[in-house]
Design a protein around this ligand. Structure first.
Ligand code: PGA
Length: 256
């Protein structure tokens, strides 16, 4: 059984003060859910807020993750943060290959491959993002684009490590646009990605969580979570409000 994962990606938002405010409200709302919280919840703030968030959530059920990571463990890489540094802070996840990093900052499949490897080596779990642009979807190449990203990004991963890898299917045209994918379309691509993982790694594909991301909110999460193939969501804008993110978690659990 794959435990659903609901992850908030704050992107470049919130000061430390705002982070602590959010954490207080969100921790209270999660505590109110008690035993009904049958999901893993992850919050990924900017690097500057990681120490504060890790210290607040260190004893609870809420996991903390980074939005990016560098591939080398240490050295002369000005401005970068390594996976062992994230582990040391108390992080359990790192997002890798988000489309904003691929498209705005020029991250390649080869960089993603190295980052996934570094995250696993440090004992963290990668959330590797894949997804097609609108142009690619209209050209009918969504499957092919995701296949390349999955194949290249996971090239250095062994089958026995795959259960710890999370894949997020995030169609670029649905990110931050308010236009979410149709659950049918998301399900179709996610099923295809799972088949690709199976072809590459075998039966462990049944244990790999594959999330949907792109304009997820409390009013549309149910449509995705009622599909058995979709194991949760990577939430951007709607994850910035603790009350809305808690509602997303609740709705997701109810839908299962
Ligand atoms: P969005 O972002 O929910 O604001 O569309 C999703 C993401 O980028 O992970």
């Amino acid at each position: 059984m794959r435990v659903p994962l609901l992850a908030a990606n704050w992107k470049m938002n919130k000061t430390v003060g705002e982070t602590l405010e959010y954490a207080g409200v969100f921790a209270g709302l999660m505590e109110d859910m008690g035993d009904s919280l049958r999901a893993e919840v992850l919050v990924c703030p900017p690097f500057t807020s990681l120490p504060a968030l890790c210290s607040v959530f260190s004893h609870g059920d809420i996991r903390v993750g980074a939005q990016n990571v560098f591939w080398a463990p240490k050295g002369a890489f000005t401005g970068e943060i390594s996976a062992p540094m994230l582990k040391d802070l108390g992080c359990s996840y790192a997002i890798v290959g988000h489309s904003e990093r691929r498209h705005i900052l020029g991250e390649t499949d080869d960089m993603v491959r190295q980052k996934v490897r570094a995250v696993l080596d440090a004992g963290l779990r990668p959330v590797m993002c894949v997804g097609e642009t609108l142009e690619e979807r209209e050209a009918g190449s969504a499957f092919a684009v995701c296949d390349v990203m999955v194949q290249e990004g996971l090239k250095d991963v062994k089958a026995e490590e795959m259960a710890g890898v999370v894949i997020a299917y995030e169609p670029v045209w649905a990110i931050g646009t308010g236009k979410e994918a149709k659950p049918d379309d998301a399900e179709e691509v996610i099923a295809h990605i799972r088949a690709t993982v199976k072809r590459l790694f075998g039966e462990v594909s049944d244990e790999v969580r594959i999330l949907y991301g792109g304009s997820v909110k409390s009013s549309n999460i149910r449509g995705f979570m009622t599909r058995g193939t979709i194991d949760g969501a990577l939430v951007g804008g709607a994850g910035l409000d603790p009350v809305e993110f808690a509602r997303i978690v609740q709705e997701a659990i109810k839908a299962r």
